[in-house]
Design a protein around this ligand. Sequence first.
Ligand SMILES: [Ca+2]
Length: 484
Amino acid sequence: MSRAYRTLSVVTLFVGRSTLLLIALAVIFGTPDRVDAAESEKPNVVLIYIDDLGYGDVGAYGCPDIPTPNIDRLAAEGVRCTASYITNPPCCPSRCSLIMGQYGQRFGKYGMSRGLPIPEDRPTLARILTDHGYATGQIGKWDIGTRLQGPLNVGFTEVLKTPPKKKYTKKELASAPEALRKQLNGKNRQSKYFCIDENGETVWLTDYDGDSMVNFIERHKDEPFFLYWSPEAVHSSNIEVPDRLMDRTTAKGKRRKLAGAIVSVDDQVGKLLQVLSEHGLRENTLVIFTSDNGANGGEGGTSTPYRGGKGQGTQQEGWVRVPTIFSLPGVIPEGKQYDGLVANFDFYSTIASLTGQSIPDHCDGVDLIPYLTGTKTGTAHEYLFWLNNQPDDAVRRHMIAVRWQDWRLYKKYAKDPWQLFDLKSDPKEEHDVASKHPDVVDQLSAQHTAWEQTLAPLGEIPKLPSGAPNIPKGHGWAFASGTN
Ligand SMILES: [Ca+2]
């Protein structure tokens, strides 16, 4: 593709930009310097993918007891999606679907199936951006593909090395609360959420991540970048959350620890917005904030007003409906909400389009920007489907479902009768109305059957020889060969 054509694509997408005239002139006259300037105007993207953050655990979604001013500001400066879904819960399949831009079942993933490869005959989201001239970085939890498919193997140009964990001394262990002592004894006294930084200081891992985001952006502020932050937070166990974080919330009981962890996530969003503003990048950076699956119910997380979440709540809406915010001031409207059906595989298509690329054929997603700006009306997807039926997966994770309009059609196993819920009048799914609406059941189940016929067979997890982990350990960044 010629540089001028790529420039034109960016111009088309960025009609709200103040630099439009300059870029347009560059296209018309084609002077090398001006085209180079236009090249540097490719929008940046930061994708934040929190682990187990519930629909009802963010201020912008009505949470009353956990202050999240920075996430709320992102919502105020963007669009808040109210029906955004993870079609392949939980952690690992969600991330695989995200990075491939399609239903996980299209490459044989029908449940957790950790270690199942992501396909190599179609590009990942990171790959298309790297090939398009982006610096692409990843920070945090990976949980995608096989051990050999780390971030640097599937398209990222750099990845934050996993810092060493804090190791509690025997003295610290002796004075720790019993629950923490129990956890640490099972982990060779190694912390989950405290790490050791390059100066030998003990730091909260989520803070370390946030500082690393700032570092990545400062190093790449003069070129287009894509940053994928997928922290360990706020996955269990949050038992180590310090008082200084909990005390900023009004959460009660076992929810206090989780609340403190969410406050820390919000702090990092604040650091991100600050560094973007400092370098004049706020209006040229799409920020997507979301979660890999629903609420951490075991630690008091909530999907309010919906029911369910991770752990014991996997059969309800709350396992798959997640908070999702898009912010790109000047392009995406501010302080709006979008109620159409959205899936995490839409991020791939949206980012591809926004960066002036065509959406690869394998993608299930659509470009959401026209829906978020209102130039397209209606729902981004008429239907969304779920099929978690990997035979050896945990019983609680089996689930078959369809979403259409306000309806949710659901059953646990293929042999079960369908249940139907009207999420608008019954968000907690307490009244199965399948017998009252057989036409809706027939319609949605037929759609599910037709979709299922388009999927790949169940994939097999390869046996791999032992070797290096897919993310190197240490401090600082690891780079794909030839990119640093
Ligand atoms: Ca998760």
